[in-house]
Design a protein. Structure first.
Length: 254
């Protein structure tokens, strides 16, 4: 998959490396400036106070951002359950339709379900576009099959099938929307700016010649950046919403 197919924050490992480098640059610049210019000579206590406040602010923002990403992840899982429930219910309801319409609707629902499972599994943008196109065609065919029955028979049984199909299509729309919403870029930039400032201040306050300790903070701070990006990006890392409930409909014995 091409790196430029998606924004940087949807590539957790690349984001981890980029954040690590930016923080390392900040720590190095601070260390160099602190040794050469000696700007903060005699004010180490004030500098440490500012550093502590900066890192506290960064920790708070990282915590809130992690909670935001986790809520979106939970929402995607809940919507996968809702989508599976709607499809499963509609598969049962189409059995109430006339034989020909029932057979057509069941076959279309099976193909539609396969596309929805693929939606959760594939990574490539080109594959996703193809899946969305095929899903849209199946949506139209399913709705057309149901409405043909409605035009010839307006009874409670048909209304039940129409309502179920509407739930199926609505659940897909909601699930797709949840996969499109992500943490705003401005939040990422704010966290990166504060992390850079914190490392710059740490570099200014560290007076040792080699200052290998300056490598610790960039690594520690980069880890939550990676974790947040992984959770927030449904297709960018190992933490994903697996369509276990949709797959169970395909193979109930599992």
């Amino acid at each position: 998959m091409d790196l430029f197919d998606r924004p940087l924050e949807h590539h957790p490992l690349v984001l981890f490396a980029a954040v690590l480098v930016v923080q390392g640059i900040g720590a190095y610049l601070g260390h160099v400036l602190g040794k050469r210019a000696n700007v903060f000579a005699g004010s180490e206590r004030d500098l440490n106070t500012i550093l502590g406040a900066t890192m506290t602010l960064l920790a708070l923002i990282i915590g809130f951002t992690f909670a935001m990403a986790l809520n979106r992840y939970d929402q995607r899982k809940d919507l996968e359950v809702a989508e599976a429930t709607a499809i499963s219910a509609e598969i049962a309801r189409v059995d109430l339709l006339p034989t020909l319409a029932s057979s057509q609707a069941r076959e279309l629902l099976s193909r539609y379900l396969q596309q929805r499972i693929l939606f959760y599994q594939v990574d490539g943008p080109a594959q996703l576009e193809q899946i969305r196109a095929q899903t849209e065609q199946l949506r139209a065919a399913l709705w057309s099959t149901i409405t043909r029955v409605v035009s010839s028979a307006r009874d409670p049984v048909t209304a039940l099938a129409v309502s179920g199909m509407n739930n199926v299509l609505d659940s897909e729309t909601q699930a797709d929307a949840a996969w499109r919403f992500h943490i705003p870029v401005a939040v990422w930039l704010l966290m990166l700016l504060i992390a850079f400032a914190g490392n710059l201040l740490l570099g200014l306050s560290e007076k040792r010649k080699h200052a290998a300790i300056l490598l610790i903070l960039p690594v520690v701070v980069s880890i939550p950046f990676y974790l947040i990006a992984d959770i927030d990006s449904p297709r960018g890392g190992p933490i994903r919403v697996v369509p276990v409930n949709l797959t169970h409909i395909m193979s109930p014995s599992r």
